[in-house]
Design a protein around this ligand. Structure first.
Ligand code: ASP
Length: 589
């Protein structure tokens, strides 16, 4: 018996065959219902399912998730959809048994059903989902559907970038140099053959930022790639240690709008492809002819307390006499006494509000020092409660699933981790707004001329106000879909930013960024770019609660891989051998 004359896609079957035709079909057993004279057996493959009727004259040995091939005759399925087939089995062969009991059961096909399913999963079931991911992918059609959306969107986006926008797809290395770019890096020790050599490391790229800028110096003009990026941030909610960005860079851009236009085009192309695949499930794509709206960061912070505001509902922060208030209409009346107390306790514990009380039917929270960010977080929590209690959210200035540009970011901000130091709002390669360049140059000079550390810090604080960066973020449903900027293309300015603004010593600057500074000094064109978080974009397309639902083999929330058990410890002897190979010594040696 051969394997199959067709997949189980019902359209393909209907196009090629008619009732009475003899076919061979293969797939997995998705259900078995034994009746008096026949068994009804579900046969599933990647493309569909069909009911197989097995007469008891055949001894059917198959169980759930066994791989079977059935030879038989197609018939119209009684009570099925018009034209739907069933297969009357004449011969059934079990190709391979699945071990029982199965570690997990079948799951839903749609995003809505999946949300309920995921909510009800116990922690043990969630672990099993990741440990047996290949089985979960097979039995939870929702997950396979997401991979299909991902593939279709990626193809359309590649096509747009290459054929419509004139970009060249270039792969850049993932083994890179350790550089302070913000997040914690994964370090890769390299075998050493030299005696007594110092251990040497690569770092996995956090993003191809420096490579893509060097491609602009190389005259490539317009580059893109679906780039794998790595950040050692295990344990952070809904983050993956490795993730995918649609990364791009383009030369001779004068203003950010030119980059934004490309992003709007590629987002719309990917969205449309996903929508065409599952029109009843994927959100309606944005209008092809309309630009995405824009909001200044200052307005977003003032009104919504966030640099990625969710604008699909109202509940703006209201200010009066230096007291800031957020009102959740109808929430107070909808909550039990215990819920009100629990929420209040939580808001206080997280130091988000100074007061939380009922006003008529509404839940009202206030903060005295008008701290935007605190109330912004409280607003999100109130909205989550309203959704949970079925209280309608007041309409916002945008609909759900509408992307918006957030613009007019500052260049620098105080470093929250190291006292009296400066960090970049985006990254250190971001150019200032041309009108603010004189102020930046003057401030950097004053920092350089400062006679002592106190005066230097006093001057550095001038970097926090009145310096706009050419940086833009794309935000949707309160989620940052991506960010980018026009870059500094002058080696001298770049060096001044590293040394004066960020306080990196000249020596460190050469050691860490000498390659980039040299490249910029060898004829760098003006350039700018963007990185779109492809995984996040896919959560939007797939209507999923979590990035991991859109990946074939995601890591757990702790950044581990429960399927293979990686990362895994080595025996002491293995560790010793590894340390020797990499010229490393244990820290207590
Ligand atoms: N490299 C930046 C990031 O990964 C994006 C960019 O500026 O193009 O966030």
């Amino acid at each position: 018996m051969g394997y199959r004359s067709s997949t189980l896609n019902s359209n393909a079957l209907q196009e090629r065959f008619k009732p009475g035709d003899k076919v061979t079909l293969s797939g997995w057993v998705s259900f078995v219902r034994k009746q008096k004279e026949v068994s009804f057996v579900g046969l599933r493959d990647a493309f569909g399912t069909i009911q197989v009727v097995v007469p008891h004259t055949q001894s059917f040995q198959g169980r759930l998730e066994d791989v079977v091939t059935v030879e038989g005759v197609l018939a119209e399925r009684a009570g099925g959809k018009s034209g739907e087939f069933e297969l009357r089995a004449e011969m059934v062969k079990v190709e391979n048994h699945a071990k029982h009991p199965l570690p997990l059961g079948a799951g839903p096909a749609t995003a809505a059903a999946n949300a309920a399913y995921a909510d009800q999963q116990t922690p043990q079931q969630r672990d099993a989902s990741l440990k047996y991911r290949y089985l979960d992918l097979r039995v939870r059609p929702y997950l396979q559907r997401n991979l299909r959306i991902r593939g279709a969107a990626a193809l359309a986006m590649r096509n747009f970038m290459t054929n419509e926008a004139g970009f060249l797809e270039v792969e850049t290395p993932t083994l890179f140099k350790s550089t302070p770019e913000g997040a914690r890096e994964f370090l890769v020790p390299v075998s050493s053959t030299e005696k007594d050599a110092k251990p040497k490391f690569y770092a996995l790229v956090q993003s191809p930022q420096q490579y893509k800028q060097m491609l602009m110096v190389a005259g490539i003009d317009r580059y893109f790639q679906f780039a794998r990026c790595y950040r050692d941030e295990g344990g952070r909610a809904d983050r993956q240690p490795e993730f995918t960005q649609l990364d791009l860079e383009m030369s001779f851009v004068r203003e950010s709008r030119e980059v934004e236009r490309v992003i709007e085009g590629v987002v719309k192309a990917g969205w449309k492809a996903a929508f065409q695949l599952f029109p009843s499930e994927v959100p309606t794509p944005p209008d092809e002819l309309k630009e995405f709206p824009r909001m200044r960061l200052e307005d977003a912070m003032r009104d919504y307390g966030s640099d990625k505001p969710n604008l699909s509902y109202g509940m703006k922060i209201h200010y009066e006499d230096s007291v800031a208030t957020v009102t959740a209409p109808g929430l107070w009346a909808a909550m039990s006494r215990k819920e009100k107390d629990d929420l209040k306790k939580f808001l206080f514990q997280e130091k988000l509000v100074d007061d939380a009380r009922g006003s008529g039917e509404d839940y009202v929270v206030t903060a005295k020092d008008a701290s935007h960010k605190r109330l912004g977080r409280a607003r999100l929590i109130l909205a989550q409660w309203m959704k949970k209690k079925g209280v309608p959210l007041p309409p916002g200035i945008m609909k759900e699933h509408e992307p918006i540009w957030i613009t007019d970011f500052g260049m620098f901000e105080p470093n929250e981790e190291v006292e009296k130091s400066v960090s970049c709002v985006h990254h250190p390669f971001t150019a200032p707004h041309p009108d603010d360049l004189p102020k930046l140059a003057k401030t950097l000079q004053a920092i350089r001329d400062a006679p002592n550390p106190e005066e230097k810090w006093r001057q550095q604080q001038n970097l926090f106000t009145g310096l706009r960066a050419q940086h833009y973020d794309l935000v949707c449903d309160g989620m940052e879909l991506g960010g980018g900027s026009i870059r500094i293309h002058s080696a001298e300015l770049q060096q001044r930013v590293f040394q004066d603004a960020l306080g990196i010593s000249e020596e460190d600057c050469q050691a860490k960024f000498g390659h980039l500074l040299e490249a910029l000094s060898l004829g760098a064109p003006p350039h700018g770019g963007f990185a779109l978080g492809f995984d996040r974009f896919m959560t939007l397309m797939c209507g999923s609660q979590s990035i991991s639902d859109t990946l074939a083999f995601p890591k757990s929330s702790m950044g581990t891989d429960p399927m293979t058990g990686a990362p895994c410890p080595l025996t002491d002897a293995e560790v010793g051998a590894v340390l020797g190979r990499f010229a490393l010594k244990p820290s207590n040696a």
